[in-house]
Design a protein around this ligand. Sequence first.
Ligand code: CTP
Ligand code: CA
Length: 235
Amino acid sequence: SAVTPAVQDLAGTRAVVSAGGTREPLDPVRFLGNRSSGRQGVALAAVAARRGARVTLVAANVAADVLARAGATVDVVEVETGEQLREAVRTAAKDADVVVMAAAVADYRPASTAPAKMKKSGQAPVLHLVETTDVLRELVTDPPRAGQTVVGFAAETGDGDGDVLDHGRAKARRKGADLLVVNAVGAGLGFGTTTNDVTVLDREGRTVATGAGTKDAVAGVVWDAVRDLVGRPSA
Ligand code: CTP
Ligand code: CA
């Protein structure tokens, strides 16, 4: 509860957390975006701060009432696009022990942004998209600080190619992050809801933890897994 101080087991840890969903502009008034509320990322930042970490939260288009739940001790950097998020995360990560990529980053953005509002012409436009930089992958291949721990998130649904965990395990091996938090999405789960159901995988795709419940509870499971991996129990 609010009156019981959390165990300070992340004291001395410097963490960067990204949260929210990027917006890729088409013109000054329009963008391609996604439905990420930022709640899980904000919960990760808040829980880490309560456990003693120094936290920078890179927030992409997170509503003010959600952002407020990060708490006063979390440093917040607000961004809009995937490229801005990349820059902000990499800058903050230069001094970080752990980077957690909870943000939903666009995979594609418009090839160009119109300088003025696009007018209706009677001819439906075709949008040309280009791939964005994979920020998580780049943190693994080109770390801003040597030896830092990198954690990814993956919202998955089951399909004809496999179930949620099959996709999660394949992604864990592909991404090369130290930990990948796999979140089952779909009917009543994940985006826009207040509870989550997650499995934490290592870089080989092995399950190291599972958790369900509120986004604060899930955040606790993720930080426990990070703490166990980094092996720095203190205070
Ligand atoms: N991610 C990122 N930069 C991107 C896309 C994704 O850093 N341009 C990060 C997300 O923040 C998340 C992880 O990669 O931590 C997994 O994102 P996800 O969308 O599940 O993976 P993708 O590799 O983009 O695969 P797909 O969308 O095809 O499932
Ligand atoms: Ca993606």
